[in-house]
Design a protein around this ligand. Structure first.
Ligand SMILES: *Cc1c(COP(=O)(O)O)cnc(C)c1O
Length: 388
């Protein structure tokens, strides 16, 4: 049995797909220490630079003193604390939806929604480039699972029209995690209303970053918030919010259904209340410190201008996810290693995370980066383009 595993591991290594973990020795910031060496890092989802913010560290300490460190039980037994509850109310208000429910992770939140709403007689429709957690949730639900080509709403409309399923659920990333592009949410909502389907919108990368005051993708299309009873909104709290966890926001009937039936809600220990206490402080920073989003935009423009003539093209993204398309897995790894030798960390993203021959460097920007940081990255990429 161990030999079988070794063979499989060697195959992955030979294909240039072996994953190795970096060992960070301090906090998650734009300057990280790995094996005693300092690096400029473009690899976290801490888009607003909050993961190591002094006010949040203080809130976490205060939360620990007030609530202890463990929640001790699931929400349905006796683990539901006033810290969780206050945060749920604040999150619902923040994204302007009727109710919100906290989950330990985005992975679990997606699983909860899909498996609570869709079963054997139902159908789930998913964008081809969705996050793995949405795909896993669909498979676990045992619903008929249909994936449509990336952003192909005509195909989706046809699938929805043809489906005889009792309950239909469309699931999509709002900001695609490895491409940085944004789903056409208004059009998706219209389709879902037309075919009486739910829309589960995974805003892991839009919450805190997009829309007025960072309220997320629903608030990112002009002045009016997108709105529909068909809409189920999910966002994570470990990315731009800088802490940990996730939440689902939707109509009260949906929230009540999740509390009653979602297995990743009922059969797991509630997250430490100190985390909710910390996220509450994070929400205030997200809302009040608009300069973080302005800075992100400026850094993004600087990067895109700097790489206009580069050998590798950037995908057309207006989010902090700026993927530099390389193609082959080994080339992507070589480029990532070249940068690393220059003291810069940018991860190579390879299949199966992205499609075959679409390996890339996923440059992710943070409000904690400086103009000088971007200059260094641009210069290093131009240097490597000449020698690799
Ligand atoms: C990160 C991510 C998730 C999972 O969230 P976690 O809280 O990290 O489990 C779900 N969906 C998308 C699109 C993500 O990028």
């Amino acid at each position: 049995m161990l030999t079988d595993l070794s063979v499989q591991l060697r195959e992955r290594e030979n294909a240039g797909l072996y994953r190795r973990r970096l060992l960070l020795e301090g906090p998650q910031t734009t300057q990280v220490t790995v094996a005693g060496k300092h690096y400029l890092a473009f690899c976290s989802n801490d888009y607003l630079g909050l993961a190591n913010h002094p006010a949040l560290i203080e809130a976490a300490c205060q939360g620990a003193r007030r609530y202890g460190v463990g929640s001790g039980a699931s929400h349905l037994i006796c683990g539901h604390s006033s810290a969780h509850h206050t945060l749920e109310e604040a999150l619902a208000r923040f994204v302007d939806l009727p109710g919100a429910l906290l989950f330990s992770t985005g992975y679990m939140a997606n699983q909860a929604v899909v498996t609570a709403l869709a079963g054997r007689a139902d159908a789930v429709f998913a964008d081809k480039l969705n996050h793995a957690s949405l795909n896993d949730a669909a498979l676990l639900s045992r619903a008929t699972f249909t994936r449509y080509p990336h952003l192909d709403l005509a195909k989706l409309a046809r699938y929805l029209a043809e489906s005889q399923a009792a309950c239909k659920l469309v699931v999509t990333d709002a900001v695609f995690s490895m491409d940085g592009d944004i789903a056409p949410v208004a059009e998706l909502l219209t389709l879902c209303e037309q075919y009486n389907a739910w829309l589960l919108l995974d805003d892991a990368h839009g919450f805190g970053v997009l829309g007025k005051n960072g309220k997320g993708v629903l608030h990112a299309f002009g002045g009016r918030k997108l709105h529909s009873p068909h809409l189920i909104y999910m966002a994570t709290l470990g990315k731009a919010a800088g802490v940990f966890g996730a939440f689902v926001a939707a109509q009260p009937e949906v929230i009540a259904t999740l509390i009653q039936f979602a297995r990743t809600y009922g059969y797991t220990t509630a997250t430490p209340p100190l985390l909710s206490h910390t996220v509450l402080a994070s929400l205030t920073l997200i809302e009040q410190e608009a300069w973080r989003r302005e800075k992100l935009k400026a850094l993004m423009m600087q990067l895109r201008t700097g790489l206009e003539l580069c050998r590798w093209p950037l995908l057309p993204s207006i989010t902090p996810i700026q993927p530099l398309m390389v193609g082959g897995s080994e080339d992507a790894v070589r480029l990532s290693e070249g940068l690393r030798n220059k003291g810069i960390l940018v991860p190579a993203i390879r299949p199966p995370t992205v499609p075959q021959d679409q390996a890339r460097l996923r440059i992710s920007l943070s409000a904690a980066h400086s103009e000088e940081d971007i200059r260094r990255l641009v210069e290093a990429l131009h240097d490597l383009a000449d020698i690799l």
